[in-house]
Design a protein around this ligand. Structure first.
Ligand SMILES: NC(=O)c1ccc[n+]([C@@H]2O[C@H](COP(=O)([O-])OP(=O)(O)OC[C@H]3O[C@@H](n4cnc5c(N)ncnc54)[C@H](O)[C@@H]3O)[C@@H](O)[C@H]2O)c1
Ligand SMILES: [Zn+2]
Ligand SMILES: [Zn+2]
Length: 352
């Protein structure tokens, strides 16, 4: 039986400034009705954590000072709240960070990831840069047997990649991935694993990530020295790709996706843009009869089912994308590394 301490030390956003994290003492939370208490094993650093580190306008509005952040995490269940019969102590889980009410119209139609009353674990409330956390049992997803905890922790961005890809055709289709951050790299890997006939990977100037995309099986890798639109058209008999996925956060890349998707094709956008009104060629969307779709989070639970199937069959080369693992004590160095871009995914590990 695991003995649970009364207090714990956790990385906490305490100061109203860039950086502004400190290690603070908190009570170990206890699982309320329908919740599980989890001992953290690995928590990975997400772009959202970088926004909170930089303390931009969005973070100031959404993250209360004093919050323990961190939402991409895996761990072991060590306590059960009342009414929990889906989990047992000792289960290995990873967190779906979109907390839903399960009773609003969006939840009832199967779109709990855009719940009208939703909140995000580790953003709006305490998360997992802490040795223990509580989460609704339904958000604690059992992980495929024997999966490395670091690999289990990256299912949030891997799921983002798969959710975006599945907004259009994949098997037998031509796919372009714009922006080769961790999510774009997972998309390159997943598109190949799901049977895309050709995967074109596009970044701007991050040659480290462009090389990783090549190693993950991209058929063609493009960057700032290429005419991206002309190169994609040339690689697709002048038509453009069937399925364009946008992960760069760059308005220029979004325009490129529209110009290089075939007539009647699919443009799926996960990116969040620095400017909320990116300059996009809308008439091209109309005349080319494109399907333009915004993507948020992961479908609960079809994205998870697809992801677990791919992971179980060993088709996702997580080690290639997960380039750095640090102990959680090196949280600040991990964030700086993620900001530098000289990395794929950075994962923080807790003591066993
Ligand atoms: N909607 C959601 O639910 C959700 C969830 C997570 C992340 N996001 C967003 O998804 C995007 C991807 O996240 P990430 O952490 O993988 O990104 P990241 O910021 O680590 O990587 C972006 C990459 O795009 C490249 N890039 C810059 N300009 C480009 C251009 N013009 N063309 C092609 N590539 C270009 C950069 O060099 C970088 O490698 C971000 O915009 C993030 O905010 C959305
Ligand atoms: Zn995330
Ligand atoms: Zn809801």
């Amino acid at each position: 039986m695991h003995s649970i301490p009364a207090t714990m030390t956790a990385w906490t956003k305490t100061r109203d400034e860039e950086g502004g994290f400190s290690l603070e003492s908190h009570p170990v939370p206890s699982a309320g009705p329908g919740e599980v208490l989890v001992k953290s094993q690995s928590t990975s650093i997400c772009g959202t954590d970088i926004h909170i580190w930089k303390w931009d306008d969005w973070s100031r509005k959404n993250v209360p000072l004093g919050t323990i952040t961190g939402h991409e995490t895996s761990g072991m269940v060590v306590g059960l709240g009342s009414d929990v019969d889906t989990h047992a102590v000792g289960d290995h889980i990873a967190v779906e960070c979109h907390l839903a009410c399960w009773s609003c119209p969006r939840c009832e139609e199967g779109n709990a990831h855009i719940c009208e009353n939703g909140s995000i674990f580790g953003v709006h409330g305490n998360g997992a840069f802490a040795p223990y956390f509580v989460v609704p049992a339904v958000n604690a997803r059992h992980v495929p047997k024997g999966l490395d905890p670091g690999h289990a922790s990256i299912q949030d961005p891997l799921g983002n990649a798969i959710h975006t890809l599945t907004g259009g055709p994949i098997e037998g289709a031509t796919v372009a991935v714009h922006g080769l951050g961790p999510i774009g790299l997972f998309a390159v890997n997943a598109a190949k694993a799901m049977g895309a006939s050709k995967v074109i990977a596009v970044d701007w100037d991050n040659t480290y990530r462009m090389n990783l995309a090549k190693e993950l099986g991209a058929d063609l890798v493009l960057g700032k020295d290429d005419d991206v639109v002309a190169s994609i058209l040339e690689a697709t008999e002048g038509r453009g790709v069937d399925n364009s996925c946008e992960f760069s956060g760059s308005a220029a890349a979004l325009a490129n996706t529209i110009h290089s998707t075939r007539m009647g094709g699919y443009v799926n956008v996960l990116s969040v843009y620095g400017q909320s009104m990116p300059n996009v060629p809308m008439n091209e969307v109309v005349f080319r009869y494109l399907h333009l779709k915004g993507i948020n989070g992961r479908k609960m639970w079809s994205t998870w089912d697809t992801m677990h199937d791919l992971l179980q069959r060993g088709l996702i080369n997580v080690d290639k994308v997960l380039t750095h693992r640090l102990p959680v004590s090196e949280f600040e160095a991990g964030v700086q590394l993620a900001i530098s871009g000289d990395c794929g995914k950075v994962v923080l590990d807790f003591d066993a």
